[in-house]
Design a protein around this ligand. Structure first.
Ligand code: FES
Ligand code: FES
Length: 147
């Protein structure tokens, strides 16, 4: 299949098989390694990316479903004011230990800031961290969007 999309702000095309997931296409073809293969069944959020501004788990999206869409991975967050705010706040709160969950958390926090509504703990409920708990992440959310 042939697809054309916008990837981290730049045009991209691909020839791929219908069963290729967005996660594997990003990692294995595009070399974008921030989205992580954690559970690969939609339970951990380690593979989170933005698809037309919406938070999705890239392990559950077939790459062809991104045809015509705008995909932003954790590598592309710096281009968004909300992405910069999320990353800065997570850093200031030293929110991570091993960092495996960090890209997905950063993307989810950015999606929450883009939405501009809702509770942070609900927006981040799909992102699991095995190391540090969630205190730093929630403090970062409060720092990035006070009140
Ligand atoms: S790897 Fe996609 S949700 Fe866990
Ligand atoms: S810091 Fe290790 S999984 Fe979150």
């Amino acid at each position: 299949m042939h697809i054309a999309l916008t990837l981290n702000g730049a045009p991209a095309t691909a020839e791929l098989s219908p069963e290729t997931t967005l996660l594997h296409w990003l990692r294995e073809t595009r070399g974008l390694m921030a989205a992580k293969p954690g559970c690969e069944i939609g339970r951990c959020g380690a593979c989170a990316v933005l698809l037309d501004g919406r938070l999705v788990n890239a392990c559950l999206v077939l790459a062809w479903q991104a045809d015509g869409a705008a995909v932003i991975t954790a590598e592309g967050l710096e281009a968004l004011p909300q992405g910069r705010a999320a990353r800065a706040a997570l850093g200031e709160e030293s929110a991570f230990q091993c960092g495996y969950c960090a890209p997905g958390m950063s993307v989810a926090l950015t999606a929450w800031l883009l939405a501009g509504q809702g509770e942070a703990h609900e927006a981040l409920a799909g992102n699991l961290c095995r190391c540090t708990g969630y205190g730093g992440v929630l403090r970062a959310a409060a720092r990035a969007r006070p009140g």
